[in-house]
Design a protein. Sequence first.
Length: 264
Amino acid sequence: MKSKEPSGWKEFLVLRAKTVHERAKLMAASGERSRLDLSPAHVLELLERYPVLYREAWVTPSNTASRFACDGFDVGGGWFRIVDALSAKLARDKALHVVQLKEKYGRLTVYFERDEGVPVDRRLDAMLDVALDKAGDRSTRTCEVCGGRGTREKRGHTVCVRCVSCLQIEEMVDACRRIAECTKGLDSAAFSANENSQDAVRLAMLHIGHASFERSPKSRARLPGIDWASLDRLQDTAGIMRISAKEIWKFVREDAPELERKLR
Ligand SMILES: [Zn+2]
């Protein structure tokens, strides 16, 4: 699973031919955001500081040759400082502009183009190569979500950099998704008659309970609005065994989708 899936609204705004700059302003005003994306405030900060380097932020995304115009800063908020420090260096060469900036196999990857006909400053060029390598290396040790110390983790077919705490959140999101999958097409009566589905949900609930219980108070505080105390109770195996099919069904239909939404 690719942990960083494009949100529906992001694609919508690309289809509406909004530039990266316009999208960031719109999202900043609406409060719409995902914990896996660079925040609109950070995007606007980078554009204000490095307008030449990120000149494609003002290009309409219908020009498909420009990945940056479509995807913008395709990294999580935890890498903001790395991107900012690297941008400050790259911006010293006024002939450069970024055409793609993304996470690739758990590493910050930046592609840029150079204006034609501008003579290359060899020393500056060598310095920028070093800066790109350093930023890439630093990103492989920095949680892409929160900026804490992270390690590269294989998840499905991809690799991402996460700290333990952010990884647990994603495990909880995965558990919510498994719940939705194993109850697809069932109604309350069919679910009550299907012990396998009930057990699959019970296992996912236990998983959520354990991931919740291991989270530190600090990491809990980053996600207000979640009832951690009631999630902690899900790690009690005996308690989970006692829950009736009706109560589990309520968790399937109400609590799990709401939890997934809050964790995103
Ligand atoms: Zn993290």
